[in-house]
Write a protein that binds this ligand. Structure first.
Ligand SMILES: Nc1ncnc2c1ncn2[C@@H]1O[C@H](COP(=O)(O)OP(=O)(O)OP(=O)(O)O)[C@@H](O)[C@H]1O
Length: 319
């Protein structure tokens, strides 16, 4: 059994007076890929930014982020900096957030790697070109000497992935890593992330709005709604046997080749400032009862690790 590498306990995050993440409990094992799915605005980025220690200045954090025996939420910025980028690294949705457009790739790699490790420029160049190759980028020398604007979006994303794995992080946080790319490049990036896990046993948290991508890649999936995890389980089990009405809607909204075009998801997420008591999915749930208005559902277990938080008896919820 692989050991646990990250454990979030009662993690809550607020921006000013507005609470966004509420009581998140999650665990990640060595070599595990955990998918976090939900619509835009459900709090997915806030979750991984809090693990990476890059929340905006107006954010406050409560609860624990335990990484190899240290609670990251209580570390000083200086100690956090030693971990982030090296032991925990992140791939952004848009590689332009990563690179400075006016500086060559080589300079940016050397600077980032040297801020953590004392290795020579030649060694960094050699390792970078090998990492480019590992990610299917053949012309490594040319890329090394390029500016980001000279590379395509797909190439930039893979070079950004190369930089984030150069120091062989134990955890890789991937925030919609494929959504800015065209479909063929998306498939390549997904394959490379899987290869990375296979080669280095890296643990990955993959944030995506696409439950199809999450189910293909992840061992376990957490479904996020209104800043809460509302269902969690082993991927295949969760996809084949969803329990929360929102998970069922999300699964039905995935386009199927040669199948019906899904209708999308009716309604919109609640405003965070309006979430008070009761179930967070209340306004969009056609099964909601009076009890759902006043009671926050606790986790109901359907198997060893599969749980959902919903008060409605599951037989009543049609797929
Ligand atoms: N610095 C901030 N100050 C105030 N509110 C913020 C800040 N950053 C994010 N939010 C709010 O937090 C909520 C959750 O945003 P978040 O980006 O985590 O969601 P998301 O699920 O990742 O969405 P997306 O897929 O669009 O990135 C949103 O309502 C957003 O407006």
């Amino acid at each position: 059994m692989n050991r646990e590498i990250l454990n979030l306990k009662n993690l809550s995050v607020s921006y000013g007076d507005i609470n966004i993440l509420k009581d998140i409990d999650l665990s990640l094992k060595k070599g595990e890929i955990l998918g976090i799915v939900g619509e835009s605005g459900s709090g997915k980025s806030t979750l991984i930014k809090s693990i990476m220690g890059i929340l905006d200045e107006n954010a406050s954090i409560d609860g624990e982020i335990n990484f190899e025996g240290k609670d990251l939420a209580s570390l000083s910025l200086k100690d956090y900096r030693k971990i982030k980028g090296k032991e925990i690294s992140m791939i952004f949705q848009n590689p332009t957030e990563y690179f400075n457009p006016t500086r060559k790739i080589s300079k940016q790699f050397i600077e980032t790697i040297r801020s953590h490790n004392d290795i020579s420029k030649q060694e960094i160049q050699k390792k970078s070109i090998n990492t480019f190759k590992f990610l299917g980028l053949q012309d490594g020398k040319k890329i090394w000497n390029s500016y980001p604007f000279e590379l395509s979006g797909g190439m930039n994303q893979r070079v950004a992935i190369a930089l984030s794995i150069m120091l062989e992080p134990k955890i890789l946080l991937a925030d919609e890593p494929t959504s800015a790319l065209d479909v063929t490049v998306q498939a390549q990036v997904v394959k490379e992330l899987l290869k990375l896990r296979q080669k280095l046993n890296t643990s990955i948290i993959l944030v995506t709005h696409n439950i199809g991508v999450a189910s293909y890649m992840s061992d376990n999936i957490g479904v996020m709604y209104g800043g809460r995890i509302i269902e969690y389980g082993e991927s295949e089990e969760l996809i084949n046997n969803p329990k929360h009405p929102y998970t069922k809607i999300l699964i039905n909204s995935v386009p199927v080749i040669n199948g019906n075009i899904p209708n999308g998801i009716e309604g919109s997420l609640p405003n965070f400032q309006d979430i008070k008591e009761g179930c967070v999915f209340l306004d969009r749930c056609k099964y909601a009862s009076r009890e759902c208005k006043i009671k926050v559902p606790s986790a109901k277990y359907w198997g060893k690790s599969h749980w959902s938080s919903c008060l409605i008896e599951n037989e009543e919820i049609a797929l």
